[in-house]
Design a protein around this ligand. Sequence first.
Ligand SMILES: C[S@@+](CC[C@H](N)C(=O)[O-])C[C@H]1O[C@@H](n2cnc3c(N)ncnc32)[C@H](O)[C@@H]1O
Length: 419
Amino acid sequence: MAGKATARGAALALIRAVMEGGQTLAEAEPALLAPLAAPDRARAGRLVRATLRRVEPCDRVLAPRLRKTPPPAVLALLRLALTELSLGAAPHGVVNEAVDLARADRKTAHLAGLVNAVLRGLPEGDPLAGQPVQKLPRWLRQPLVHAWGREAVAGMEAVQAGEPPVDLTLRAGATATPEGDALPSGSLRLREAGQLSALPGYEAGQWWVQDAAAALAVRLLAPRPGERVLDACAAPGGKTLQLADAGAEVTALDVSAARMERVGENLARTGLTARVVVADALDWAPDGPFDAILLDAPCSATGTIRRHPDLPFVKDGSEVAGLVALQARLIDRCLGWLRPGGRLVFCTCSVLPEEGEGQLGAALARHPGLRVGWVDLAGVEPGWWTGDGGLRLRPDYWADRGGMDGFFMARLEASELGR
Ligand SMILES: C[S@@+](CC[C@H](N)C(=O)[O-])C[C@H]1O[C@@H](n2cnc3c(N)ncnc32)[C@H](O)[C@@H]1O
């Protein structure tokens, strides 16, 4: 189906790139959104994410209305239209453009009548009302139910069904800040996101977008002014900014040159400084030991599904074992760069225990001199700390406020580490 240069056309092409092409939105969006003006780009981005959060409910509504499963392009079109109707869009506009989009592709033109009939046959109002929320895919749901129980997983799924709020981390002493709710952990949760670059304090670099859970990793590391700190997996740089804002002498390392460009842009906007190094942490070596290291390791990102609803459609869990092995190698390598008495925060935006609690247990077993440190973190509830001293954050926490990204973090202190 030829993607027309409209928000709906681009949203449709993106849904198909994810669900048929196996591409992440991060991979597909640059090319597919390029022909659109900024407001349409934002609208297409919202539409595709909203649709990916509702695939299962849409299919339940569509099943009794379809004699056989239509081609993927038509199914994608119907899911998009149902989502828009559910979000309150004017029915005639949604139906007319869905039919036009079907006609625009010679492979689906003959099914334009079906699209028209299905959509016009829907009852008035929200077609998805009363439908249970979308479940996580089996490869992820099973280990999560095993780890956290059915109720917790249902809570995560409920949070992931909604559009996530935008959280900001404020610079120390920020004066111009947007309207929002101060979270107990110190982040600012926006009431209405809109165009971020138009908000007060953006140009002056007084804040940056960072999920409230993500912001806790640097607070757990508690960098002090003048300390030599390594951000070992730094891009796109939210945590680098926090470290630099604390007055630390920061080295920001990442293997990806493309992602590192974002770190440079973020530093430029905020006027903060860090030494930026593009290198593989498994090959690179520093010119001296660090007081503190943040290791925000590559992971399954299963804690960020509410922000990345494409993930359940493009991943199957097959890369997790490799990531767990890489995380362990990165922990061991980074521990070797700490000065005696130094500290390392290991964190992952994963809800899988093997990338969190399991990784901490294994590191403690490999390094008998290592101990787990603790910092009193504002807003963190006592039950979020694990028996080993790690901090487990789940998307269903603060559910009434819109949840948080799933994260695991632990502060490792190397005071007696054999070196
Ligand atoms: C979870 S992201 C980091 C997010 C970042 N800390 C932030 O807060 O914006 C993980 C990063 O690790 C980087 N990475 C993966 N393998 C690496 C390696 N061997 N050495 C250095 N960086 C690596 C990836 O390029 C990716 O940017």
